[in-house]
Design a protein around this ligand. Structure first.
Ligand code: SF4
Ligand code: SF4
Length: 259
């Protein structure tokens, strides 16, 4: 490609799935109204849902899913070696995500209940940054399509993306939403990283924290408000641990029981 005599190169991209539902990659491949533009702006070298080509020369690797087996660790390390930029994509890759509930299974009986006689190769749940260095984290369950496209535009133009640091509450209030906490619905919007347009509170559901902790979140204040509104310690702990987003926050109540 050429513009005013200047050769323009399309970045070579790849996308890989690990332990997860492939929902984030599906968000990208399903977005038909802009998929043509995306495919025109980049060269897809390896992306199972879009192409049967499988090449190992790529500039940008998008990685979805948490890392749970030795085989996945080896695959991820190889991807990291190939990629100039590695983007962890989605809650499982950025936080461990819902897969982290597997850590609560302490005995093989519980696993057998689910998998029966089938052997399951599964180990501790790790987020991508527990195994390799990550350049950019694009959180969400699933990722926001507009935010993914915004990020790709930045990567193509070589501009460092600046993610907003404030909380979901800001976007919720900008849209004149009635606070769901006042309707008796628990919400973690005050401590969760913005970028989803507060889609859950706008649809009368509380935020589950799928985008992870916001910068400078005031946990003490959130806990005080939730307790004042009558939410139990168990309700708060379940919400905090659902995506493995707030497990490390000391003030948060924890689910005491394991399965
Ligand atoms: S509904 Fe949730 S995100 Fe919206 S203002 Fe209330 S606490 Fe914040
Ligand atoms: S409102 Fe919360 S749970 Fe819903 S998409 Fe946004 S960050 Fe995720």
């Amino acid at each position: 490609m050429n513009y005013l005599g200047i050769p323009l190169e399309k970045p070579k991209i790849a996308s890989f799935g690990f332990t997860g539902c492939e929902g984030c990659q599906l968000q990208i491949s399903n977005k038909e109204e802009t998929l043509g533009d995306l495919l025109g702006a980049v060269e897809v070298r390896n992306f199972r849902l879009i192409s049967s080509d499988k090449h190992n020369d790529y500039d940008i690797a998008f990685v979805e899913g948490s890392i749970t087996t030795d085989n996945e660790i080896a695959r991820l390390i190889a991807i990291r070696k190939n990629a100039k930029i590695l983007v962890a994509m989605g809650s499982c890759a950025c936080l461990g995500g819902v897969n982290n509930h597997r850590q609560r299974f302490t005995n093989s009986e519980a696993m057998n209940e689910v998998y029966g006689e089938f052997q399951v190769d599964t180990g501790p749940v790790r987020k991508v940054s527990d195994v390799v260095s990550v350049d950019i984290e694009l959180p969400g369950c699933p990722i926001s399509k507009p935010e993914f496209e915004w990020l790709v535009r930045h990567l193509i133009l070589g501009i460092e993306p600046q993610f907003p640091q404030y909380q979901v509450c800001m976007e919720c209030k900008q849209r004149l939403n009635t606070c769901v906490i006042d309707m008796g619905i628990i919400c973690f919007g005050p401590v969760t990283r913005v970028g989803c347009n507060a889609i859950c509170p706008r649809n009368h559901m509380g935020c589950w924290g799928c985008r992870g902790p916001a910068e400078e979140a005031n946990y003490e204040s959130l806990l005080r408000i939730l307790r004042e509104h009558g939410f139990s310690e168990r309700q708060i702990a379940e919400r905090a641990q659902f995506f493995n987003a707030f497990n490390a926050i000391e003030a948060m109540p924890v689910l005491a029981d394991s399965i």
